[in-house]
Design a protein around this ligand. Structure first.
Ligand SMILES: Cc1cc2nc3c(=O)[nH]c(=O)nc-3n(C[C@H](O)[C@H](O)[C@H](O)COP(=O)(O)O)c2cc1C
Length: 194
């Protein structure tokens, strides 16, 4: 058994059900499978803003974060790799998605591989990945992966990924991410909460 890699996925939608959550879970399960095929054990964790939006919105500083939110923040800060997704709201990520990352310590994501993803009403805002998400994760000096995944509403049916094009893009992103993530040693640079 290898020491498990911690893969943490963040879905930035405030809605339930959510296309962004469906895309995030597809990426997470696909990456888990690919890493297991590369002989790496995986521990995965999902941060769904639709589930924690109220406590997140009430938390203005890290010191006052309730226990459940603190556990999600620590999971992000100690991840060996991240999947980070948001719906497009007014040509950017959601406000609470940004608020979540405002609470993440700015020195905890150096060189951490991050797979970026987004969903929008149409294809017009697909560059939100490169113009909004990538700069935010670059601030953290994370290693944003070159292949991002964008889905528009037409790519989903009943809040599930339904288009072949989006499925193919998910597969490509995983195929490119898995070898890079698999060869990483488990992080020891961050204190792991009990
Ligand atoms: C407040 C709000 C603002 C939005 N702004 C945009 C936008 O600027 N561009 C776009 O393509 N879609 C926009 N949308 C559509 C959502 O991005 C799209 O429906 C997305 O798939 C919703 O994801 P969810 O199902 O995970 O909540 C907006 C939706 C809301 C509720």
């Amino acid at each position: 058994m290898t020491t498990p890699l911690r893969i943490v996925a963040v879905s930035g939608s405030l809605q339930q059900p959510s296309r962004t959550r469906a895309l995030t879970v597809s990426l997470l399960t696909g990456l888990e499978r690919a890493l297991v095929a590369e002989k790496r054990d995986v521990q995965s964790h999902l941060v769904d803003l639709g589930e924690i939006s109220e406590s997140l919105a009430r938390t203005f500083s890290r010191a006052s974060a309730p226990r459940e939110l603190e556990a999600h923040l620590r999971a992000i800060e100690t991840a060996d790799a991240l999947i980070v997704a948001s719906p497009v709201y007014r040509a950017s990520y959601t406000g609470l998605f940004k608020h979540l990352f405002d609470l993440v310590h700015h020195e905890t994501l150096f060189d951490v591989p991050v797979l970026l993803a987004a969903t929008g009403g149409s294809e017009r805002h697909a560059l939100v990945i490169d113009h909004q998400l990538r700069p935010l994760l670059s601030f953290f000096q994370a290693h944003t992966l070159p292949v991002g995944v964008y889905g528009s509403e037409a790519d989903f049916h009943d809040y599930r990924v339904s288009s072949q094009l989006l499925s193919a893009r998910i597969a490509l992103a995983i195929e490119r991410a898995a070898p890079l993530v698999a060869q990483r040693p488990r992080r020891t640079d961050v204190q792991i909460a009990a």
